[in-house]
Design a protein around this ligand. Structure first.
Ligand code: HSE
Length: 291
């Protein structure tokens, strides 16, 4: 039997749509796998009632099939589904890492990323690596069609999850097909600034690099109270605010000393539009760990 803890992740970070991702220390899924002749899945935890246990319809089942490694997979969800915190990627990544260990498949962490992405594709409709890469490798990751680059970073973040559901499929429909050259030029500059900020553990550079004028404004329109939450967080010292993944979680980069005030202000701002929310005061952290 193998147990894997796999973290929530935040994709995009504003300027890195479908490319950037970061592992968060909390929340996390716990996945326990044991050898079996046929794959079966048992769901527990937050939002588990909405996730099918049929292996053909569950990200973990798809990964087990892709690796040709049947198992009994017990998933305890700590990452709420449809939160923008890489919930489906977490279960897919944990399954890939766990099966590799359980059956001694000898694959490297990097080898496992495409298998986990197959599971993720079941839910999001397309195979993106921006959640599964940090879920498996940890840290901040830059995932392109050719390479996955990992940067170790240690920065404080607040991930504020409102009680709203935004499906990844819906959130992808609002993404524009085209962008102006001015917006592309701005985004390239921001993305490069963010990556350097991660290398230097500099929350100000990362925050400046999180701005994005192409995807985030459209996604923000799906989140009640987004602009109020953003303004309050910035006033309390957040260095940058954006939509986490497909939303509705709102992600704020901040200095450690401001983290508590930023978290409280975001929850309060959601309350002003009658939306309950909880804020995770977290950090960029490690990827899946086997224990
Ligand atoms: N980059 C993806 C998106 C993350 O924002 O739609 C969710 O798969």
């Amino acid at each position: 039997m193998v147990t894997v803890r796999v973290p929530a992740t935040s994709a995009n970070l504003g300027s890195g749509f479908d490319v950037f991702g970061a592992a968060l220390e909390t929340p996390a899924d716990i996945v326990t796998l044991s050898e079996a002749d046929e794959t079966s899945i048992e769901m527990h935890g937050v939002g588990s009632e909405y996730i099918p246990e049929d292996p053909a319809k569950n990200t973990a089942g798809v990964v087990a099939k892709a690796l040709d490694a049947p198992a009994h997979i017990k998933i305890d969800k700590g990452v709420r589904p449809a939160s923008g915190l890489g919930s489906s990627a977490a279960s897919a990544a944990a399954t890939a890492v766990g099966l590799n260990e359980l059956y001694d498949l000898g694959l490297s962490r990097r080898d496992l990323i495409p298998y986990a992405a197959e599971g993720e594709a079941l839910v999001s409709g397309e195979a993106h690596l921006d959640n599964v890469a940090p879920a498996i490798l940890g840290g901040f990751t830059i995932a392109t069609d050719e390479t996955v680059t990992r940067i170790s970073a240690s920065l404080a973040l607040v991930a504020c999850l409102p009680d709203i559901v935004v499906s990844t499929r819906d959130a992808r429909e609002v993404v524009p097909d085209t962008a102006t050259l001015d917006d592309v030029v701005d985004t390239v500059g921001r993305a490069a600034t963010l990556a350097v900020g991660m290398m230097r553990d500099d929350p100000v550079l990362v925050g400046q690099g999180m701005e994005d004028n192409i995807v985030t404004p459209r996604r923000a329109s799906l989140i009640d109270g987004y602009h109020r939450v953003r303004e309050r967080a910035l006033r309390e010292g957040a260095t940058g605010v954006t939509v986490s993944g497909a939303g509705p979680t709102v992600l704020a980069m901040c200095r450690e000393r401001d983290q508590r005030a930023v978290a409280m202000s975001m929850v309060e701002a959601f309350a002003t539009v009658n939306v309950d929310a909880r804020a995770y005061q977290t950090r960029i952290g490690p990827g899946a760990s086997v224990f």
